[in-house]
Design a protein around this ligand. Structure first.
Ligand code: FEH
Ligand code: ZN
Ligand code: ZN
Length: 346
């Protein structure tokens, strides 16, 4: 079968011909219908040897949807033919976190040598992917695969981040979404679908602000020297109740600190490597709370799929054939993907 693989550190991903996996024990073989691209894939590809606990070669792709093709003899899984999305952050499977479907916070994460499907384990940028347990599969009904796949990472990560700040987003509240790309445009929709808050979007690109408005943002503002003043004005001067930062550089963290209301929440999602000073006494608002959410839980993935099937979420997806993976990665690197790039195996 065809697979987009990281063959060695320091090499660009290659389209390879590999054996189609055979399910044993509790494994489930899934025929891939769509696999999304993520900035984390670029981070993995660009990593130096030893920076990550992964051991190439492995197939990339941690945002995967398809249908069950075959079951191992002990698989407890949706039936062959059922259309599914993969819950991607595979943990150890036996700690209390994994038992609760919170593999994203597995207690043994540092010992595994992987972070999930396509992240040190063979992933879904391929015609087939082997899933070690049926519990990692969520049925998607007739949801198109290029919608479902991005929901398993971009959608789930956004949903998990919103869940962590939702308590601050009651009536007459305001949420700011910084960075409206693959995750941010879904976060805007999730905020509109699950909270009463006013949603303000911030980005450096006009086309991203247009995407934010299409996604339901009440207003969009370009990242400029006066953005904090503009956003504060939009809240009547009190500031925003929550910031979801999908960029995470020093400028966006500074903006977050400047616009947050007393008791405000900052969810730092983007891996921009930015820094902020947390000190008392200091300049952060009293009651400031910071979270660094990672991916999401399996129950939350089922919630995201239910939201999408209800019509509340729409992924702006740009489709590429599997063989065009190098072009898709190049477009992602250059910031030339609106929404989410999705590979479609032949
Ligand atoms: C995966 C692995 C490591 C860091 C971040 C990620 C995210 O893309 C998962 O949502
Ligand atoms: Zn990702
Ligand atoms: Zn675990």
């Amino acid at each position: 079968m065809k697979a987009v693989r990281l063959t060695a550190w320091g090499r660009e991903p290659a389209l390879c011909e590999v054996e189609r996996p055979v399910p044993h024990g509790a494994d489930v073989l899934v025929r891939v219908e769509a696999a999304g691209l993520c900035h984390s894939d670029v981070h993995v590809i660009d990593s130096s040897p030893g920076a990550l606990p992964y051991r190439p070669p492995f197939t990339l792709g941690h945002e995967v949807a398809g249908h069950v093709a075959a079951l191992g003899p002990h698989a407890e899984s949706p039936a062959v033919g059922e259309r599914v999305v993969l819950y991607g952050p595979w943990g150890c499977g036996s700690c209390a976190r994994c038992a609760a479907g919170r593999d994203n916070y597995c207690d043994r994460r540092e010992d595994l040598g992987w972070h999930g499907v396509g992240l040190g384990r063979d992933g879904g940028m391929a015609e087939y992917v082997l899933v070690p347990a049926g519990r990692h599969l969520v049925p998607i009904g007739d949801l198109p695969a290029d919608q479902a796949a991005p929901l398993s990472d971009a959608g789930l990560t956004s949903h998990h981040a919103v869940a962590g700040v939702r308590h601050a987003l009651g009536d007459d509240s305001t949420a700011a979404v910084i960075g409206v790309g693959g995750l941010g445009h879904l976060a805007v929709q999730i905020l509109r679908a699950t909270t009463p808050s006013r949603v303000l979007a911030v980005d450096i690109r006009e086309e991203a602000l247009a995407l934010a408005r299409r996604s339901g943002a009440h207003a969009g503002t370009l990242m400029r020297a006066d953005t904090a003043r503009v956003l504060r004005t939009r809240t009547g001067g009190v500031g925003v109740d929550a910031v979801l930062d999908f960029v995470g550089n020093s400028a966006t963290l500074e903006l977050a600190a400047d616009i947050l209301r007393p008791g405000g929440e900052l969810a730092l999602v983007g891996s921009g490597g930015g820094q902020m000073t947390v000190r008392k006494p200091g300049f952060l608002p009293p009651g400031f709370r910071l979270s660094l959410p990672f991916w999401g839980t399996r129950p939350e993935l089922a919630e995201v799929i239910a939201l999408a099937r209800s019509g509340a979420l729409h992924v702006e997806a740009e489709r590429f054939p599997l063989s065009a993976a190098p072009e898709a990665f190049d477009r992602l690197r250059r910031g030339r993907v609106s929404g989410r790039a999705v590979l479609i195996p032949g």
